[in-house]
Design a protein around this ligand. Structure first.
Ligand SMILES: [Zn+2]
Ligand SMILES: [Zn+2]
Length: 235
């Protein structure tokens, strides 16, 4: 065994002794999310337009919203209930990156149950600004997207779509301010990787849909064939 791997393994075991792995939902030791708590995540089978929230066939962006967005549609994995909120908090703010494996597995289950995966050529995580990624240590959407793409052996592209502007947290802002702040935040670095491709964009939470829509704008400027979003929940 490589010395560095051995040291890391010992270090991990020591950390586990002092800070045992416990379920985000019920604090039971052993896993970041136990089976009982996974069972409390309720799949969302209501399809809505990701931008206006009105009912739409299979999550397609409605005709009215398509007039100002290049996002074809989006799927929302689960209800934003207590357990989902807790999981997302642990993933984004408490540094529990391994919870992405459990959430990624649920994403796979959702894609399988809705026969979605064959509709895409590339999986792309919604990028964080490099500064935010450095501060957090990782991009939670990257972890989810990587897990899903590995399972399906799909092309995973974490380099083509870039977030060029640092934006403050979007959660407390009004819709208008959010939309203005996100204008031209994203660009495509190498359009040849995107041209003609059907893209599945992965993010953690959908709020107004502005982030997915702005990503779709950049991707369609690089001639993407279609752009769909897939998120854990709608906040
Ligand atoms: Zn639990
Ligand atoms: Zn709409």
């Amino acid at each position: 065994m490589d010395v560095r791997v051995a040291i890391h393994t010992i270090w991990k075991q020591a950390v586990n002794v002092f800070f045992p792995i416990e379920c985000a939902g019920c604090s039971k030791e052993g896993e970041w999310l136990c089976n009982a708590c996974i069972g409390k995540i309720v799949f969302n089978n209501d399809f809505v337009c990701p931008l206006c929230g009105h009912f739409s066939f299979q999550g397609n962006t409605c005709f009215s919203c398509l007039k100002h967005s290049r996002l074809n549609g989006a799927w929302i994995l689960g209800k934003y209930n207590d357990i989902m909120r807790t999981c997302i908090k642990h993933l984004k703010y408490y540094g529990i990156r391994d919870i992405s494996l459990h959430l990624g597995n649920l994403m796979i289950k959702y894609l399988d149950s809705h026969f979605i995966k064959d509709n895409f050529d590339i999986i792309i995580p919604v990028p964080l600004h490099k500064r935010k990624e450095l501060l957090r240590g990782y991009n939670q959407s990257y972890l989810l997207a990587q897990h899903v793409s590995e399972y399906y052996a799909m092309v995973f592209d974490n380099v083509s779509l870039v977030r060029k502007k640092y934006t403050q947290s979007q959660t407390k802002k009004g819709r208008e301010k959010r939309l203005a702040d996100l204008k031209n935040v994203f660009y495509v670095k190498n359009p040849s990787a995107i041209s003609g491709k059907r893209i599945l964009l992965i993010d953690d939470v959908l709020t107004t849909g502005a982030t997915l829509s702005e990503c779709a704008q950049a991707l369609s400027s690089a001639n993407a064939k279609s752009v769909w979003g897939f998120v854990l929940a709608k906040g």
